[in-house]
Each structure stands twice: as C-alpha cells, then as structure tokens.
Design a protein around this ligand. Structure first.
Ligand SMILES: *[C@@H]1O[C@H](CO)[C@@H](O)[C@H](O)[C@H]1NC(C)=O
Length: 296
C-alpha cells in the first residue's frame, strides 16, 4: 500500500489502510464494478453476473469498454479469448491510456487472420504523445480456443508486457539518457473490437469477411494490483480479496534471471518486428532507447 504525494517523490507504506482497502475491494474482479461499456450500441455485453464481458463487431459497428478507475502504476491482468475462425481484418485492442495531446499509452493489439493463420500481437509504448515503438509477436498457442492472460506490469522503473506469465517485452525507464517514461499521468484501461481491414492482416491485403459476422472477443478474470488515481492522489491496493501487503511487491519488481531468460526466448523465437532493428525506417538514427541492449 503506498500513498504518493502529488509530485510522486515520496511514498509511505501504510499497512492498516491496505487492509481497509482490501476489504473495500473484496467483491471486485467484476466487470459491472470495474468497467463501463462505452460504445457499440449493445454489441458489448456483461454476462454471468459480471464474470464475463464480450465485445462484438459486425458491418455496422464494433464495440468497446473502459475502466471506471484511472490507474497510476499497476500490475494488471486480463484474460482474453480472441475472435475465432476467420478473424482477418479485425483488431482487438486492449490498452492503457491517459488523455490529452501529450498522452501516455501502453498497447496490446491483436490482429486477426484467416483460419489457421497466426494472429499478430502488436505492442507499443507512448510517452508524452510519442509512440513509434512497435514490437510484434506471434504467439506460441492459438489465442482463440481458450482464455489466456495478458498482463502489464507498470511501475516507476519498467513496463513489462507478459502473456500467461511469460514476459514478452520490457520498456525500461531510461529518463537518465533523456527518454521520457510514462509516470506522471494516470491511465484508464480500454478495449475495443473494430474493423481495420485497411492495414491489419498481411498489411491490408486480406479483407474482413462480413459473412462471418458478428465477430466476438471475450474477457474474464480482470485483476488489478494497482494504484488508483482519484482527486490528485493515488492509493495502491488490490482488487483481489486474497492478496496481502506483499501483493505490492510489483511496485519495485524487476525481471529475475529466469524471467529474463523467458523474455530472451520469446524475442528470439516469436518476435516478428522490432522497431529497434528497423534501420530502414529510422535511417536518421534509431530511437535513443534502442542503444541500450536490455531494452530489446
Ligand atoms: C497472417 O498469416 C500470414 C500468412 O501466414 C502471415 O504472414 C501474417 O503475419 C499473419 N498475421 C497477420 C495479422 O497478418
């Protein structure tokens, strides 16, 4: 449990409040409580007393939802089951974002494909309105047959993207060499399912087959060990009733050597695009952070 001053320079661990907080959020992990369906005219649905959320897309519209809370740092897990079958042209975006022209953003985007062809998991990090930090991956499983957990660890030192507990990407705080890092703007969680057949599948070559509509993606088991931002202050706790103060270890968490090895394995075997090696695109020079080996 940490409370941040508004400048985030100091935080004080306050155990009694953590306990109070845990009690307050004991009924969480429920989509009614944590999210609002924000668009799609009935195409987004919360089902099973709040245990499951589904988004759908047809020719007329996609759909989307957003978190009720804004977060400033967190370890945020969501299970997703992506659009099955011929999902070419569809994109399921799941991301955190702040507002305004110098926004911060942490993105997962799932680009659909023809039946049997691999989805692409596209990731990006924006700080102060600037992104251009794409890394793309294939997955080592079919993301449409079962739910899998997609996590963001966002603390003052790192942003780590993970899939089923395996880290796939790390964006380190490199403010020391002049790279802005998302740490001053609270973000909401957003997700949407939409048609992007102008670019998503094989660069736009494969179009959405509307005879397969509606397309549906499902969500369950949202869990946030996070700092919730409210009226200029941040309070950190967990939506999970079973967690204790050790649940806040994520605030200073780094990759241990086993996790680092997994990250290397994914990047070696499943990464299909890395902006940090795209010399053609960055002919004028790679982004600053790409000079640090541990970044990619
Ligand atoms: C779709 O499948 C093709 C052919 O296997 C592959 O090149 C592409 O990366 C896959 N994913 C997307 C989203 O285009």
């Amino acid at each position: 449990m940490a409370f941040f001053s508004s400048s985030f320079n100091h935080w004080i661990v306050m155990l009694p409040l953590l306990l109070a907080n845990s009690i307050l959020v004991a009924s969480a992990g429920n989509f009614y409580q944590d999210f609002d369906i924000t668009w799609g005219d009935g195409r987004g649905k919360i089902l099973n007393n709040g245990e499951v959320l589904t988004l759908s897309l047809d020719k007329a519209s996609g759909s989307g939802f957003q978190s009720k809370n804004e977060y400033l740092f967190g370890l945020i897990d969501m299970e997703l089951k992506l659009v099955p079958g011929n999902s070419a042209g569809t994109v399921t975006a799941y991301y955190l974002s702040s507002k305004g022209s110098t926004w911060d953003e942490i993105d997962f985007e799932f680009l659909g494909n023809l039946s049997g062809d691999p989805y692409i998991l596209h990731t990006n990090v924006f700080s102060q309105g600037k992104g251009n930090r794409e890394q793309q991956f294939y997955l080592w499983f079919d993301p449409t047959t079962d739910f899998h957990t997609y996590s963001v660890l966002w603390n003052p030192d790192n942003i780590i993207f993970s899939v089923d507990g395996t880290p796939i990407r790390k964006f380190k705080n490199l403010e020391s060499i002049g790279v802005p890092f998302p740490k001053n703007q609270a973000m909401r969680i957003y997700s949407s399912l939409w048609n992007a057949d102008d670019w998503a599948t094989r660069g736009g070559l494969v179009k959405t087959d509307w005879t397969q509509a509606p397309f549906t993606a499902s969500y369950r088991n949202f869990n946030a060990n996070a700092c919730i931002w409210s009226s200029g202050a941040s309070s950190c706790g967990s939506t999970s009733p079973s967690s204790s103060s050790s649940a806040n270890a994520w605030l200073t968490q780094e990759l241990d050597s086993a996790s680092q090895e997994k990250l290397t394995w994914v990047q070696k075997n499943y990464m299909i695009y890395n902006y940090c090696t795209d010399l053609k695109r960055f002919a004028q020079g790679l982004p600053l952070e790409c000079s640090i080996a541990s970044q990619s």
